[in-house]
Design a protein around this ligand. Structure first.
Ligand code: NAG
Ligand code: NAG
Length: 301
């Protein structure tokens, strides 16, 4: 299901950047691909983190003692953020692997955040992918999707496109969720705070699998999720602000074409909407007597 959606020039630029390792151009845009150490710091529990001998594959493990997490050294505001993950296989009920962007190191009361969370399950039962958006500490924007493959069998690519017009969550370049900016003062669109990218693995058997009914079976630990091919093509933050902070249209992820789905992305998105959505907060009128403001925005615009 890998699809090319970029114009040729971007691809060539991207390949050139890959060859150069990490490259930060004069205007603070960054295209990164490199060793773990180039891009990330471990947030906690170094002994639960391992890399392959060549440094290209990273493993996070969870046992009864603790999980583990890492975060980018840099913050970014807008861009394309992508990583390949292979999730904990077998009996992974209760285990959550999170892959997210956040403006802060912790769950601070004014953070902005974009989440992918992979909710484990009993052997043979399907993983669910939960996404969420936070602005200034407020979330409650959950969606849940099933996947069209087993995410524990192989690596798949999970990406976020973020510009001032939309945030799109992709799985293998298929858009599964579109979050729009209405451009008005009352929007629910995180666009001011630069964010780090994080990943972590933890025990969430109080809520994750069948609402917390399925508990983590610690006899199966350690639970290990694997990562590779991190890439960023975005605006790297620099205090007090980087040159690319204003929404220029110098970069493909900020240009008109990236402000909405392409025709082929719309087809994929429609297919996801028909087949894979398990929960959508924008449809949950029991939870919200008045639906959040962004629910009236069309993902097709
Ligand atoms: C963000 O939240 C904080 C604390 O809840 C609040 O004081 C502040 O006014 C909010 N900022 C914006 C821009 O809404
Ligand atoms: C786990 O599997 C059960 C049974 O198929 C399913 O109802 C549930 O949605 C799956 N995922 C989670 C996270 O509970």
């Amino acid at each position: 299901m890998e699809r090319r959606v970029f114009p040729m020039a971007t691809s060539l630029l991207f390949i050139a950047a890959l060859m150069a390792g990490v490259c930060v151009s004069a205007d603070n845009t960054a295209v990164s691909k490199g060793s773990f150490k180039d891009n990330f710091d471990i947030m906690w529990s170094e002994e639960h983190f391992k890399t392959s001998a060549d440094g290209q594959i990273w493993y996070l493990s969870l046992d009864k003692e603790t999980g583990c997490g890492f975060q980018t050294k840099q913050r970014y505001r807008f861009g394309w953020f992508s990583m390949k993950l292979k999730l904990v296989g077998g009996d992974s009920a209760g285990v959550v692997t999170a892959y997210y962007m956040c403006s802060e190191n912790g769950a601070g009361p004014t953070r902005d955040e974009l989440d992918f969370e992979f909710l484990g399950n009993r052997t043979g039962q399907p993983y669910l992918i939960q996404t969420n958006v936070f602005k200034n500490g407020t979330g409650n924007r959950e969606m849940r999707h099933s996947l069209w493959f087993d995410p524990t069998e192989d690596y798949h690519t999970y990406s976020i496109l973020w510009n001032n017009h939309q945030i799109v969550f992709f799985v293998d370049r298929v858009p599964i969720r579109v979050h729009k900016n209405n451009g008005e003062a009352n929007n629910f669109f995180p666009n001011e705070k630069p964010m780090y990218l994080f990943s972590s693995i933890w025990n969430a058997d109080d809520w994750a699998t069948r609402g917390g009914l399925e508990k983590t079976d610690w006899k199966k630990s350690p639970f290990v999720s694997s990562y590779k091919d991190f890439s960023v093509d975005g605006c790297q933050w620099k205090d007090p602000y980087p040159d690319c902070v204003s929404t220029t249209t110098d970069h493909w992820w900020d240009k008109y074409d990236a402000w909405h789905l392409s025709e082929s992305q719309k087809k994929d998105y429609a297919w996801v909407q028909r087949n894979l959505v398990i929960y959508d907060y924008c449809k949950d009128t029991e939870r919200f007597t008045t639906l959040p403001v962004e629910c009236s925005l069309s993902p097709w615009d």
